[in-house]
Design a binder for this molecule. Structure first.
Ligand code: MTE
Length: 329
């Protein structure tokens, strides 16, 4: 495997078996001319379960359910039709619950209360806040966003939530903080994937401060006018629609402000394929597949990918002084 250095999570025997199965599958896919559409490194970090999606179980009564639906912000209209809810809630990436798409049942094991969020690092005063208290402080709205996975599938979904900038303002970071690192919960008892110790848990993602305070960066707490389903990252997850979906880290428990650029989950596993910036660009292929087009879930259609996933008019300016960085990988 093309990793730079050997790590203590290197291939156990069980995963080697997986690799054989993976290679067989790759041969079949190559024969069909559709190889490559998986997220991560060739052996361990693959996706693509073969189980047929089934309807998600109903959302259990959630203490925040009375807050939804919230008013839609028309500033971010998308000209595409919404993806059917049944599709968006049954075709998921959430490695904590399995390295395939059909994790929505397994994810129901995640307990959502109490849910505490730590805000620390380079802030005036670190603090911990319960999710319901945070919700009361934040101005909720709905935004319809495109959602584009690095695997070249795409959805259009109505997230509810609040601008990440509102949370940054609440956190009061020091002027010297340059990045915001965001972390998922860690609970091996409910999330079987976290027993696979070769992954660098907890799932972590980061943004530069100017990205985190950009108007489009959103903390999503609901979906389709209801509280966030567990499989989509309840109770709160990131939505940064101009970047590949792996940046939109789920089920957050920590926001840490830092001077040093954090190394994110996929970047640590396979930095050559999943970089820090990860902005969508049809002209820069993933090392193992093209990004020129994307498959619109629920439609059977493939359409051209757009630079910054169609949000260039909003975000291109963020990168004008970063031309030397690997912005699109
Ligand atoms: N966050 C965590 N904690 N774990 C994950 O495996 N997968 C990422 C991202 N956030 C992931 C995660 C990837 S690869 C994608 S494409 C999106 O979540 C998928 O979000 P969705 O399932 O709501 O469509």
């Amino acid at each position: 495997m093309p990793f730079k250095r050997k790590r203590d999570w290197d291939l156990p025997e069980s995963a080697a078996t997986d690799e054989t199965r993976y290679l067989d599958r790759r041969r079949v896919l190559a024969g069909l001319g559709i190889g490559g559409a998986i997220l991560a490194a060739p052996a361990l970090f693959r996706m693509g379960g073969d189980e047929t999606p089934v309807a998600a179980p109903p959302v259990e009564t959630d203490p925040s359910s009375g807050l939804y639906p919230v008013a839609r912000n028309a500033a971010y209209a998308v000209e595409r039709a919404l993806t059917p809810e049944s599709e968006a809630t049954t075709y998921n990436n959430f490695y904590e619950f399995g390295s395939h798409k059909n994790i929505h049942r397994a994810a129901q094991a995640l307990p959502l209360r109490p849910w505490e969020i730590r805000i620390d690092g380079m802030v005036e005063k670190p603090f911990t806040i319960g999710f319901d208290e945070l919700l009361r402080k934040m101005p909720l709205e709905e935004r319809v966003y495109r959602h584009r996975c690095v695997e070249a599938w795409a959805m259009t979904v109505p997230w509810s939530g609040f601008a990440l900038k509102s949370l940054v303002d609440l956190a009061r970071p020091l002027g010297s903080a340059k990045y915001l690192a965001m972390e998922t919960f860690e609970n091996r008892e409910v999330a079987p994937g976290q027993n696979q110790r070769w992954y660098p848990w907890p799932y972590l993602e980061g943004l530069a401060i100017d990205e985190a305070t950009h108007e489009l960066a959103f903390v999503a707490t609901g979906l389709y006018g209801k509280p966030m389903p567990k499989q989509n990252g309840a109770p709160l997850r990131l939505a940064v629609p101009w970047k590949y979906g792996f940046k939109s880290v789920k089920s957050l428990v920590r926001f840490r402000f830092t001077e040093q650029r954090p190394v994110s989950f996929w970047e640590e596993l396979q930095g050559r394929e999943y970089g820090f910036w990860a902005n969508v660009n049809p002209k820069i292929p993933h090392p193992r597949w093209s990004q020129a087009t994307e498959r619109l879930l629920g439609t059977g259609k493939r359409v051209p990918t757009r630079i910054y996933n169609g949000y260039g008019e909003f975000v291109a300016g963020l990168y004008s002084d970063r031309k030397n960085e690997r912005l699109f990988m």
